[in-house]
Unconditional design. Structure first.
Length: 202
């Protein structure tokens, strides 16, 4: 794992970067491996790759997928991983990926999933992450994904989850985030997703 992360940090080839992102994602299979990835600098390496290869959809998809895998979980270490990802710029990178590759369903699905995973939570730190994502334009980008890929059930599920993670909360700014979502057309987009995929449990 450490070798893949180090190699990704110095990688100048898009195809190789995509492969390294996928290997890091595959290596994040449990809490221990995710912690090792964090300690080795996975968040910075992945966000750096997303920044260097903005125009390559394959890297954006694999990078967002790996960020999701490295940040997932509900234990105390998972909260640290979410914070590390946010501090590295993961939220802004995911939003940029969604904007730059609106026609790529894989990027849209995993970009939304990364936003959902990193923003999820109800503590003070998660409130800050939600606000950071909203300020970066996450709500509008996710609504765009819902509209552009109405027939993709898994993408629709991840987009709805992302909206929930970004907008939910009992903090003083939650109402503003929800209002932003409403203005962006989230309500209509979510209703459309539910109607189009009535048989999809997710």
């Amino acid at each position: 794992m450490d070798g893949y992360i180090t190699a990704l940090g110095a990688c100048a080839d898009g195809g190789k970067a995509r492969s390294l992102c996928s290997k890091i994602r595959a290596g994040c299979r449990d809490e221990d491996s995710r912690k090792r990835a964090l300690d080795a600098g996975a968040a910075d390496a992945l966000v750096g790759a997303l920044a260097r290869f903005r125009g390559e959809a394959g890297v954006q998809e694999a990078g967002c997928y790996a960020l999701r895998a490295a940040s997932t979980g509900f234990d105390a270490d998972a909260l640290l991983r979410k914070q590390a990802a946010a501090a590295a710029g993961a939220l802004e990178a995911a939003v940029e990926a969604l904007r730059a590759h609106a026609a790529a369903p894989g990027v849209q699905e995993h970009g939304c999933a990364a936003l959902n995973t990193v923003c999820f939570g109800f503590d003070a730190a998660s409130v800050a992450r939600k606000g950071r994502a909203a300020s970066a334009g996450a709500v509008e980008a996710v609504v765009g994904a819902l509209r552009a890929h109405a027939g993709a059930a898994r993408l629709q599920e991840q987009a709805c989850r992302a909206l929930n993670s970004v907008c939910s909360g009992a903090d003083e700014w939650a109402g503003a985030r929800c209002e932003r979502a409403a203005v962006a057309g989230a309500i209509e987009a979510v209703v459309g997703a539910m109607s189009a995929h009535a048989d999809a449990a997710g």
